[in-house]
Design a protein around this ligand. Sequence first.
Ligand code: ATP
Length: 270
Amino acid sequence: MHLSQAAKKAEIIVDQVSMRFGKKGHEVTALQNVSFKIYRNEFVSLLGPSGCGKSTLLRLMADLLEPTEGQIMIQDEHPREVRLRRKFGIVFQNPTLFEWRTVKQNIELPLEVLGQKKSQYSALTEQLIEMVGLSSFKHYYPWQLSGGMQQRVAIARALSLDPPILLMDEPFSALDEFTKEKLQLELLEIKRKTNKTIVFVTHSIPEAVYLSDRIIVLSAHPGRVHSIVDNVREEGDPSHIRESERFHEMMKTVRNCFYEESGFLDGQTI
Ligand SMILES: Nc1ncnc2c1ncn2[C@@H]1O[C@H](COP(=O)(O)OP(=O)(O)OP(=O)(O)O)[C@@H](O)[C@H]1O
């Protein structure tokens, strides 16, 4: 662990977590003895091949599942408490917007559900709409928006209650490459402005390397922590990260973790 990490406060602690699905005798072990910490204001990606348990891990953090063994603590509390206090926002691969509500009304929904007065949150919603670049589309309905725009609405909605933590499950994986790169850049900008702790699930090595401060590499069947790659993203202008030598070095490092794990290249580096 780096000294800077030791000095920081652990926001999320995953301690010896195992997760099995199904009945005895027909069980699927999705995760086995997974432990790690995520520190305040970090951008951490959970990276691994399909089926290694990334989404399961995120759903455990979000209190959508209970671990079979081990525990998760978020800000020193059980994920249930954290969910009830609305301390995290969540974004899924599918934006799940309400078709009969406009962009603005979709973003305002969590505030409305909490019974807050429109006068209290109107200015905040406008700020969020501006931050995700949808000011000209705020009165549009989801079906009038592209996939990337819909995902921007989902991100703004997840931020509407100003939670300290943002959980994101492959939010850009259904988008074309151009839109994906644009939204990745925008997400780094949102991170810079809001300083949230972000946990991001992806199976894309370039995406994880572009976005993350740290990458937790999971191995497949059952999911275990294979390695944790520190200091991934360097400070600086994110629009030039992909051209930097460091980006390519990091890609190589993370890719080697995978191939080492799968034995694909018989231990050779690539
Ligand atoms: N509700 C469930 N019931 C039974 N098995 C499940 C359930 N949810 C997940 N699994 C199993 O747990 C394992 C991990 O699934 P999970 O969706 O977490 O993986 P993932 O890494 O997110 O995959 P992908 O990248 O394809 O989304 C898989 O073998 C999956 O079939």
